[in-house]
Design a protein around this ligand. Structure first.
Ligand SMILES: [Zn+2]
Length: 59
């Protein structure tokens, strides 16, 4: 098992991975959380206002 964070003793994410993503469907931008498994979730909502849950991260 490989620890990507490299912080011994820290088993819980103290800092969430956050970023900006845009909806693939309508292009709306949202602040998002990036989960450990790579899923992208807009903060405070489940889907875009257009109903899409397909987001692309902005760097
Ligand atoms: Zn949208």
């Amino acid at each position: 098992m490989q620890l990507l964070m490299g912080m011994p003793g820290v088993r819980e994410l103290t800092e969430e991975n956050r970023g900006l993503a845009i909806c693939e469907h309508c292009g709306a931008a949202y602040a998002v959380r990036i989960l450990e498994d790579g899923q992208i979730h807009p903060i405070g909502r489940d889907t875009c206002s257009c109903g899409s849950d397909d987001f692309r991260l902005l760097e």
